[in-house]
Design a protein around this ligand. Structure first.
Ligand code: SAM
Length: 298
C-alpha cells in the first residue's frame, strides 16, 4: 500500500455509461466491476510496488484501480479499444506518475520495452486471444527467462485446466507442456460468470503463472512446439506413428533410433509423456542424433 489516501473516483458503472463503453464481443470484453474481486486479484499478485506492472486490456479500469490501490507505482496498461482511453486518462490523472496508458494491440507489443525489470503482468485477459498472448509471452521467456518475474492472469476455466494439467489427464496437451516447461502455473480461485458485465458463458479462473529461473529441461522452443504439435495432433495414436508427421527421415528409416536415444517407449501416447520427456525428444530431433536430419529452420 502507498499509505496515502486513495483518490475518490466515480463508480465504474457511471464511467461506463458516461463514455459509452458498452461491451464489445469482438474484443472479448467482460468487465469485472466487483471491487472485492478486483481487489482479490490485485492482492494475489506479488509485490506491486517494485518494478513494472503490466496490465493487458484495462477496459474501463476496474482492475487498474485495484492495482493502483494495492500499491502499483509503475503501472503500464495496454488497451486496444480507444473508446476506453479517456476514462483511463482520468484514472491516470488521479494517480499522478503511476499509470501509463498505451493504446495498442497486446499481441504486437514488445513487453520488455514497457519498463524496466522486474516486470509482471496482471490481467483479466480477453478470452478470444488469451492463449495466443500466453504463447507470445512464453516465447519471450524462452529467450530471456528474466523478462517476466510473475503473471497473474484470468483465463476461462477450461484453459486454466489445460495450463496446469498433468500427464495422463484429458486436459494435458501442448499448452500444458509449453507452459510448465518455462513456468510453474498454479490456479488461485474461480470467478463465476455473473460477476462480469456482461456475463460470459463460462467460469473463469485466476492463475499464478510464475516463470522459472531456467526451463525445466534444455530444449529449443521451436522444436518443442513442433514435437508437441505432432504428438498431440494425433493424441490417440502411438508416438511412433504420430511423430511421423515431423517428416524426419530417421522415423521412416529407423523409428526405433529416436526412442532408443531418449528412452521413450515408441508405443506410448503423447499424454503419457512428461514435460522432460518432450524436451528429451526435442533435443534428439534438433541434434539429428536419431540418425536423421534436424528440423529445417528449428
Ligand atoms: N480489465 C477489465 C476488467 O477486468 O474489467 C477488462 C477485461 S476484458 C475481459 C478484456 C479487455 O482487453 C478489454 O478491455 C478489451 O478491450 C481488451 N483487449 C482485447 N483485445 C486486446 C488486444 N489485442 N490488446 C489489448 N487489449 C485488448
Amino acid at each position: 500500500m502507498t499509505g496515502s489516501a486513495e483518490p475518490s473516483l466515480p463508480p465504474l458503472r457511471e464511467v461506463i455509461a458516461r463514455y459509452g463503453l458498452g461491451a464489445r464481443k469482438a474484443l472479448g470484453q467482460h468487465f469485472l466491476l466487483d471491487l472485492n474481486l478486483t481487489g482479490r486479484i490485485a492482492r494475489a499478485a506479488p509485490d506491486l510496488t517494485q518494478g513494472t506492472v503490466i496490465e493487458i486490456g484495462p477496459g474501463p479500469g476496474g482492475l487498474t484501480r485495484a492495482l493502483l490501490a494495492a500499491g502499483a507505482t509503475r503501472l503500464v496498461a495496454v488497451e486496444k479499444d480507444r473508446r476506453c482511453l479517456e476514462a483511463l486518462a482520468e484514472l491516470a490523472a488521479a494517480y499522478p506518475g503511476r499509470l501509463q496508458v498505451i493504446e495498442g494491440d497486446a499481441l504486437e507489443i514488445d513487453l520488455t520495452a514497457l519498463g524496466p525489470a522486474p516486470r509482471q503482468i496482471v490481467s483479466n485477459l480477453p478470452y478470444n486471444i488469451s492463449t495466443a498472448l500466453l504463447v507470445n509471452w512464453l516465447t519471450v521467456l524462452a529467450d530471456d527467462p528474466g523478462a517476466l518475474s510473475a503473471m497473474t492472469l484470468m483465463f476461462q476455466k477450461e484453459v486454466a485446466d489445460r495450463l496446469v494439467a498433468k500427464p495422463r489427464s484429458r486436459a494435458y496437451g501442448r499448452l500444458s507442456v509449453l507452459t510448465q516447461w518455462l513456468c510453474a502455473p498454479r490456479p488461485l480461485f474461480d470467478i463465476p460468470p455473473q460477476a462480469f458485465t456482461p456475463p460470459p458463458k463460462i467460469v473463469s479462473t485466476v492463475v499464478a503463472v510464475t516463470p522459472r529461473a531456467a526451463p525445466l529441461a534444455p530444449a529449443s522452443l521451436a522444436v518443442l512446439e513442433k514435437v508437441t504439435a505432432a504428438a498431440f495432433g494425433q493424441r490417440r495414436k502411438m508416438l511412433r506413428q504420430s511423430l511421423k508427421s515431423l517428416g524426419l527421415k530417421s522415423l521412416t528409416r529407423d523409428p526405433a533410433a529416436l526412442f532408443e536415444a531418449t528412452g521413450i517407449t515408441p508405443t506410448a501416447r503423447a499424454e503419457e509423456l512428461s514435460v522432460e520427456d518432450f524436451c528429451a525428444l526435442a533435443r534428439q530431433v534438433a541434434s539429428g542424433g536419431a540418425g536423421g536430419p534436424s528440423l529445417a529452420g528449428a
